[in-house]
Design a protein around this ligand. Structure first.
Ligand SMILES: Nc1ncnc2c1ncn2[C@@H]1O[C@H](COP(=O)(O)OP(=O)(O)O)[C@@H](O)[C@H]1O
Ligand SMILES: [Mg+2]
Length: 200
């Protein structure tokens, strides 16, 4: 029986960094951000539902979904966030389940899903183990500011829109500390992976 591992953390806490460590060990990682982005393409049910719900304002002049506008909805309007999540999450879950089936058929023993909202959206119920990547909030803010070219205030707002990282740590089966150097993170990752392997 394959072991399904849910990987999460805070925004810019190091999820992609750790997910690359799993990939480097030839462990498949299902990228839910990528799935969600694909679902926003034209000619999908999700696209139609989003335009129906939020109006033409969320479209660029070439009628693509404007992710910045959508981002503002997610991070500043709780009700809008809920509506958007209700449209997108069930579809993402469907795709994730398909990918899990595919990897099980391939004979994979460990399958990771990288889900920013693992606990918030209930994806943790699909997992045997949950792993949280932890960083200090001040590092999350500075990484967000430089990565997304946004203000510190907006970065803090984005962080606040999610469940507190301290709470995620409590809920997690394993915590990978990414508050120091990447090398330290790698050591922590190795320990956690060894434990997960012992559970397979
Ligand atoms: N321990 C670390 N030390 C320095 N930079 C880091 C560390 N962990 C992550 N980063 C950098 O911070 C940014 C955000 O990390 P990333 O893994 O993409 O976060 P997430 O996927 O959680 O948003 C990336 O540019 C990454 O290279
Ligand atoms: Mg990422």
């Amino acid at each position: 029986m394959a072991r399904i591992v849910g990987l999460t953390g805070g925004i810019a806490s190091g999820k992609s960094t750790v997910s690359q460590m799993f990939k480097d060990q030839d462990i498949p990682v299902i990228d839910t951000d990528h799935i969600a982005h694909k679902l926003l393409d034209k000619d999908t049910e999700v696209f139609d539902q989003i335009v129906e719900t939020f109006g033409e304002d969320v479209l660029t002049p070439s009628r693509k979904i404007n992710r910045n506008v959508l981002g503002k909805i997610i991070f500043s309007d709780k009700e809008g966030r809920q509506k958007l999540n209700d449209i997108v999450h069930p579809k993402v879950k469907e795709h994730v389940l398909h990918e899990i089936d595919y990897y099980i058929d391939e004979g994979e023993e460990i399958i990771v899903m990288d889900v920013p909202l693992l606990f918030e959206a209930g994806f943790d119920t699909l997992c045997h183990d949950t792993v949280v990547v932890y960083s200090k909030q001040k590092d999350q803010v500075s990484r967000l500011v430089s990565r997304e070219n946004i203000t510190e205030d907006y970065a803090r707002q984005k962080i606040k829109a999610q469940m507190p990282l301290s709470k995620k740590k409590e809920l997690a089966d394993f915590v990978i500390d990414n508050s120091k150097s990447i090398l330290e993170t790698r050591k922590c990752f190795d320990k956690v992976l060894r434990k997960i392997k012992s559970l397979v």
